[in-house]
Every structure is written in structure tokens, then in C-alpha cells.
Ligand binder design. Structure first.
Ligand code: ZN
Ligand code: ZN
Length: 174
């Protein structure tokens, strides 16, 4: 009887260990699958990011996933369609959260095109209403701190050029 009791105890330890090991392994694998394209433009004034533009590849996680806890992973896995590319955006006019939105290959190519030099104001405007902090007159990017925003939703670049930074920004505006 004593022997049997010890055996059950050992089995109990083993199953706890196995559960821990499997969940740890799953988390580690997820961290290995970080695969994304970052097109983040930099502020000409201070060098901080003017906007965060990250395209997360299918079956992959964004860069920030290294900092996530288990709850973040559960939330992400629940809402993310892993077959699709995802766009994570945050700019002077708004953000679409830490999961982002699915995008097709056409939008992916257009995004890369718009945020690769030489910049074209029309192509940038087609991607984001706030233009990721781009001032067409200066041909430069500025962060939200260097766009002086007014209550009417208008922003002014450090040179005084103004444009609308829509407070009702939507990721679906193309
Ligand atoms: Zn700045
Ligand atoms: Zn300007």
C-alpha cells in the first residue's frame, strides 16, 4: 500500500511537471515566431517615432510579443486570424490597438511603397488620414509631440504648416 501511494504521488508530480513544461514550450515557440516588417518613420525634430507601422506576417507575432504575459497571448490568439497579414498602426491621429487589422497583399505592397523613400504625399495620404506624421510641405515626418494639435483636430508642424489629424481616425480609411 505504501508503495502504491508513493507511485501515485510520483505520477502527480510528473503530470504537473508535464503541464508546466508544455505551456512553457508553447510560450517559447510563440516568441520564436516573431516576424514582421517595421516601416516606422522617425521625427525630424527629435528622432522619436513619428508613427508605428508594423506589418505582421501570417502565422507570426509582432515585435512587442516578447513583452507580453500569458493573458496577452490568449487575447491575441483569440482575435488574430493567423492566415492573414496584420497591420499595427499608431500615429498622431490614433491607433488600432495591439492586435491591429488584417490586410491583403495589395495593401501590404502599397504600405511598403508609401513608406519607402522617396516619399510621395498622395501615396502616404492613401494609407493613413493622419499621414503617419508626414508634412508634405516640409517633406519630413514629425512625432505627435511636434505636431501642435488644436481642439478642432488640426495639427501644425514645427514650420507652421497645418493639416487635419482626424480625431475619429479609422484603420479602414484607405
Ligand atoms: Zn518629435
Ligand atoms: Zn511642415
Amino acid at each position: 500500500m505504501r508503495f502504491l501511494g508513493r507511485q501515485i504521488k510520483v505520477l502527480g508530480f510528473w503530470s504537473t511537471f508535464k503541464t508546466l513544461y508544455v505551456s512553457l514550450k508553447a510560450t517559447m515557440n510563440k516568441n520564436d515566431d516573431i516576424k514582421s516588417i517595421c516601416l516606422d518613420p522617425v521625427c525630424s525634430k527629435c528622432g522619436n517615432l513619428a508613427a508605428k507601422i508594423e506589418i505582421v506576417e501570417p502565422n507570426a507575432y509582432p515585435n512587442d510579443a516578447i513583452k507580453w504575459n500569458a493573458k496577452d497571448y490568449v487575447h491575441y490568439n483569440k482575435f488574430r486570424d493567423f492566415k492573414s497579414n496584420y497591420l499595427i498602426y499608431s500615429g498622431p491621429g490614433g491607433s488600432n490597438g495591439f492586435i491591429g487589422n488584417p490586410i491583403d497583399l495589395k495593401r501590404k505592397a502599397a504600405l511598403i511603397d508609401a513608406f519607402t523613400k522617396p516619399y510621395n504625399a498622395i501615396l502616404i495620404r492613401e494609407q493613413f488620414y493622419d499621414m503617419a506624421g508626414y508634412c508634405a510641405t516640409c517633406n519630413k515626418f514629425y512625432c505627435s509631440k511636434h505636431w501642435y494639435t488644436t481642439s478642432s483636430g488640426y495639427g501644425k508642424c514645427p514650420k507652421g504648416h497645418s493639416k487635419s489629424l482626424d480625431p475619429h481616425w479609422s484603420p479602414d480609411v484607405v
